[in-house]
Design a protein around this ligand. Sequence first.
Ligand code: C2E
Ligand code: MG
Ligand code: MG
Length: 644
Amino acid sequence: MNQILFFDYCALPIYLIIIYTIFVRKTTKGASNVLFIFLTLFLALTTVFDILAESYGGFLPMTQMERSFFSAAQFCYLLFRNLSGFIYVLFLITYTRTQYRFRRRRTRVLFFLPMALMLTVLFTNPLHHLVYTVSAETGYSRGILIAVLYAGSLYYSLFGTGYLIYCRRFMEAQKLTALISMYILTFASIFWQLIHPRFLVEMYGSSISCLMITLLVLRPEEITDSNVGLPGWKAYKAELHKIVSLKNPVHIIVIRYMNADKIRTYLGEAQYQGYVREIAKGLLQYFHTYDRLFELYYEGPGTLYCVFAGAEYDIFPDLDHIRRMISEHTREYENFGVRMEPRICSIAYPGDLDNETDLIRLGHEFYGLIPFDQTYVRASDLVGTRQYEVGARMDSILNRAITERGFEMYYQPIYSIAAESFTSAEALIRLHDNTFGAIPPGLFIPAAESMGLILPIGDYVLEAVFRFISENDMAGLGIECIDVNLSVAQCLQKNLPEKIRELEKKYGIKPSQINFEITETTYDDIGTVAERNIQALVEMGYSFSLDDYGTGYSNIQRISRLPLSIIKIDKTLVDDMSTKSGDRIIKNVIRMMKDVDKKLVVEGVETREIFLKLSELGCDYIQGFYFSRPLSEKDFLEFCRENN
Ligand code: C2E
Ligand code: MG
Ligand code: MG
């Protein structure tokens, strides 16, 4: 065996393995994957022709036949070698999805012209023999025009290296290393070959780089959501990172399917994914008509992000049409009578939002910031509204409130119909922020729950209420107990009973002075810990009520078995009382609860008329603005003195 070719022979199986893995892992779709296949193929062919040329060119003088063979092999070697360098740059551009940077004619000419020149020079070599000649006696010799090929290769190498440096900000280090290794290894091996001409390591070096790219860069499992076959959440986040790092202007259309979760439960996972695939297919076909560079991403269970690249494209004139098409493509699924309900938000970057966090957040939250019956919103209509700004800064608002004690407890009196006085009150938390003013708990409690900040808030509430009771003569004021809302996270704390026992001791409170309010979710989502806690607290002498009855899927059988003494009927049921069916519902709810021996509180009573009606129907307690809004400690004490 010709020892010079030793490394070339080693490179061949590596290329074969790469091509094999590409097909096994199915990374064959998409422009960058196709280009990578071509790259590997061309490099493998370069190696083959290098071997052939070297094998035929070694013996002088050559026969006519050997000469033609050698000449052809040399031609193919040069062709594929130079094409590979070019294809690699194309691969880098498509992999980083920055093609739109090459829309301008001048940039395109600058990019393609050198390659065109190189190919012309190479293909016309049989006419002028100025690239290389092969003579029977002296063998292979280079001509002056080979400099064009060298210069071209250098041009594309520098171009690719520069491009990678330019893209470094949004690429993970390992990927950048793998991609840039192509150039580093090529230059290193050329340098090596200059010193040791008997070791042709160049193609071997390239094969190692290709292998690195296959392992570290082309990771389908990282990019594609395997179930629906679209790039997934991770890919979307990486894309946003890139967009913001490079300040690439884009338009993003976020489609959130509001009932995705329900439909998934109803159809089952496999069918549901088929449905999503079908919707996505329709959208892809439709977006393709726009002749814009775009990508569709999927985030489970039901969000699609369509990112349109490029500054020059103004999406807004087309938005009406796009919205209509989105609705149309979201049709009923096969012979199931289900249909996804889309809510759409369009975001212009950098016009509407200018950072990654806000882009991600708005995509996740926009539908909560618009009225329920509104299907479309432009980001610019949301950004700047108080609700949006508060939401965007909720993290710092809550942290500030926790460290600087920005919370305060208010108390809403609850009227007992039997006692004809106010015998209890609900403790309701209030947040006052120096910048944004009063923030309603309906907004910050769910946010605190999702940010994992609800426990310190819950601890504050418990401490404040226990202290308030201990500092005032509640019995003297006619107040038997205070209602405290417990969040699900609090109920899940293993040490909740101990915590309360400590507070009990610290403030000298009797358990009968506190009643805890929980919601149905406490029982829905979780099991044993919450149940054990509630049981332990009941045994300690605390009572529990079920809050917001009528807003969930209440199961009367289960409720009757839980250790709950009071049911709080939600305001939404009260608001419905003016209608005939609503009136009947509330009557039946009251009768049903009486049947299973529960006491009833009705929340949200705002008028005397409703108060009288509910008293007549047999409710036990009434809470609402009709009697009083939630009051500060001082005002509450004043209220009790005056009214009890
Ligand atoms: P909730 O526990 O159902 O509290 C009753 C809510 O209804 C209170 O709203 C109260 O101000 C309001 N409300 C009472 N009567 C009327 C009325 O006649 N008309 C109207 N329109 N509203 C009335 P708020 O204080 O905004 O609290 C909202 C929710 O935030 C509470 O609902 C509760 O789920 C949560 N929350 C409040 N404080 C706490 C707390 O200390 N801890 C926890 N975990 N959650 C709390
Ligand atoms: Mg409550
Ligand atoms: Mg309630």
